[in-house]
Ligand binder design. Structure first.
Ligand SMILES: [Zn+2]
Length: 264
């Protein structure tokens, strides 16, 4: 996820969340910039821009406050939620495709970081019409990469064929790396069964790794999940490792698998 920083000057220091239970979506109710929002929120008497992330209509993603900072966007929920704002007026406008696609990528990215978090609209938690009646909330909220939704689907006995975790578990068993229950619920046995994928790895587990990266918003290049760990996949792995605070060596070992599985 490429998040552009703006060097905003905040009038005070951040406090940081120790849990993230909710991903809360907003619209700006205006066509504006991060700097505009920052100055409006300063005028509210806040330390500055209250949203963690802002998505422009061109699909670019921008930092308001750091991801793990407490925001100022949803009264009573700030200390346990991350706030994402889409530029635009979705009470009257229709979201452009570039912004919708970026919003889905952000949703997948945040579900990867905070697998247990519930996805909500601002109006679900406060008395407001934000993010507007035309905001494509359900399309964004059901984006692939929603680990909790996938895990609960598996738990309800849904066919595991569409469940990435279950397919990974089955493939690791088939290739002799593990002998685990295929339940679609990732745990320590799932992680232990994931083989290290070096810089030129090939095969079905590599394809599953690519599929996961793509669902989390990391493009593996024009060939997609082709089972070949080439230049595009290496770039995706390194971007993922950088975003998740891992050593950016392009090798998918246990620490990288753990993040891909949403375990830590
Ligand atoms: Zn709002």
């Amino acid at each position: 996820m490429n998040i552009k920083k703006h060097g905003l000057r905040f009038h005070g220091s951040f406090t940081y969340r120790n849990r993230t239970d909710e991903i809360i979506w907003h619209h700006a109710e205006a066509n504006c910039t991060v700097e505009d929002i920052h100055s409006w929120h300063l005028n509210n008497g806040w330390i500055g821009c209250g949203y963690n992330l802002i998505i422009y209509k061109d699909g670019t993603v921008h930092e308001g406050r750091p991801l793990n900072a407490v925001g100022a966007h949803a009264s009573g929920h700030n200390s346990r939620s991350i706030g994402v704002c889409c530029i635009g007026r979705y009470d009257i406008e229709t979201m452009p495709l570039a912004q919708l696609n970026a919003a889905k990528q952000v949703q997948a990215y945040l579900k990867g970081l905070y697998p247990g978090a519930a996805t909500k609209r601002h109006k679900d938690v406060n008395a407001t019409s934000c993010p507007g009646k035309n905001f494509p909330f359900s399309e964004i909220a059901r984006t692939a990469g929603d680990a909790s939704a996938e895990a609960s689907a598996a738990g309800q006995g849904t066919s595991p064929s569409g469940n990435w975790y279950a397919r990974l578990q089955a493939e690791c068993n088939a290739q002799g790396f593990s002998s685990q229950k295929v339940d679609g619920l990732p745990g320590p046995n799932t992680l232990a069964g994931c083989p290290q994928l070096g810089r030129n790895s090939r095969g079905r587990i590599t394809a599953l790794m690519q599929e996961r990266l793509i669902s989390l918003g990391y493009s593996c290049g024009p060939c997609g999940a082709d089972g070949i760990n080439g230049a595009g996949t290496q770039a995706a792995i390194k971007a993922f490792q950088r975003d998740y605070g891992l050593v950016t060596d392009g090798i998918v070992g246990q620490k990288t698998w753990s993040k891909l599985l949403g375990l830590s």
